[in-house]
Design a protein around this ligand. Structure first.
Ligand code: G3P
Ligand code: MG
Length: 361
């Protein structure tokens, strides 16, 4: 076990470092542990109850996965890595791609929104507090003539109100009817045929996407298409059919700033839970990281366009972000990247972190 050489953190001094782990392609592939990941997490979980405060390291999971609630993902991660223990991963340690989309609640709580995704995306959206969540299936049941190739079963009633926004919360899986309905409601939030005056000249309703990843690392040997690929397909279809500039998308998830601000808050929360910082967040301004409760966050990820670019962009805003790219997922040797460090896997990444922080390995 490594021994800490530098002085202990106290509630008066900032926490020297924290870790943000990507999940798919770093810790897990296709629901199974990536070799070595279990030992890294065991070390961190054990260290969190170490009587020596300096051994405790705040860590969170920063994934572009989703389609479930944060507590379900915490359970899933606990089951994969700690089947013997009662859920050592806290829901507050899990940020899913759509977690920061909760911030949209004041704008859309009472408005009708069109939600897309897979798994439990609609239930997640409702659990976040959005009261009028309608799915593509609901639209197609109410208007079967919109997409004549399939029959849909009714799940939720449509209101006569127009859609105020589109929320893509997880990877859509039935692209043809989904792209059709998106193209139909995109302009002004009403079905295109319901507004004969519609001529393609109106501005479109806001589109929010939780994840821009083109591909991700699953159980299959080669990366699989992800939500970003769906967005690219929709934009290409829209441009080919209707021309124009394309679609403006408000993006959440990695590599976008809102996710990193959220992750920093989660890490400060973790630092407090571990007794490493005081209750009050000291006043700080962007780029004045000497006042921030955490000095450095190591971001361990496998996707250069998401994990690495996100960490690099976040670097220096509130604290230092150090990108570490591993080779167990999307990234393979020779691909372009801007990572500060490249290592084989999460074990090597953690060894590097400890070395950089002055631990004796
Ligand atoms: O983009 C799909 C998602 O599953 C990727 O997850 O953990 O690699 O950010 P993660
Ligand atoms: Mg990944």
């Amino acid at each position: 076990r490594p021994r800490k050489l530098s002085s202990a953190a106290t509630s008066a001094s900032p926490v020297p470092f924290a870790v943000a782990f990507d999940i798919d392609g770093v810790l897990v592939r296709g629901g199974n542990q990536i070799p070595g990941a279990g030992r890294v997490l065991e070390y961190l979980v054990e260290a969190q109850s170490n009587p020596n405060v300096a051994r405790r390291v705040p860590f969170v999971f920063l994934t572009n996965g989703g389609g479930c609630m944060e507590d379900a993902k915490a359970h899933e991660m606990s089951d994969v890595f700690f089947p013997e223990l009662p859920v050592p991963i806290r829901p507050s340690q899990v940020m899913l791609s759509h977690t920061p989309m909760k911030s949209l609640l004041p704008l859309y709580k009472d408005k009708q929104i069109l939600a897309l995704g897979s798994k439990d995306y609609a239930a997640v959206c409702r659990a976040y507090g959005f009261q009028h969540v309608v799915t593509v299936e609901d639209v197609l049941h109410a208007h079967p003539e919109l997409y004549p190739f399939k029959t849909y079963h009714k799940r939720h009633d449509l209101h006569t109100d127009p859609f105020a926004a589109v929320f893509i919360l997880h990877d859509p899986v039935d692209w043809a009817p989904e792209i059709q309905v998106l193209c139909d409601v995109f302009e002004g939030g009403r079905l295109v045929g319901e507004n004969p005056a519609s001529s393609g000249k109106h501005s479109h309703i806001p589109i929010y996407s939780s994840n821009s990843d083109l591909v991700f690392s699953s159980g299959y040997a080669v990366p699989r298409l992800a939500q970003g690929a769906f967005l690219a397909a929709w934009e290409a279809v829209y441009r080919a059919c209707y021309g124009g500039k394309g679609i403006e998308i408000n993006r959440f998830g990695k590599p976008w700033e809102s996710s990193y601000r959220h992750a920093e808050k989660m890490l400060v929360h973790e630092a407090r839970l571990l007794g490493l910082t005081g209750e009050d967040l000291p006043p700080h301004k962007p780029h004045e990281h000497k006042h921030y409760p955490i000095q450095r966050v190591y971001a361990v990820g496998d996707n250069p366009l998401s994990d690495v670019d996100g960490a690099n962009r976040a670097d220096g805003h509130h604290c230092e972000w150090v990108s570490i790219l591993v080779e167990t997922g999307v990234y393979k040797e020779g691909m372009p990247h801007a990572a500060k460090h490249v290592v084989a896997d999460v074990t090597e990444a953690f060894r590097l972190i400890l070395e950089l922080e002055g631990y004796e390995i």
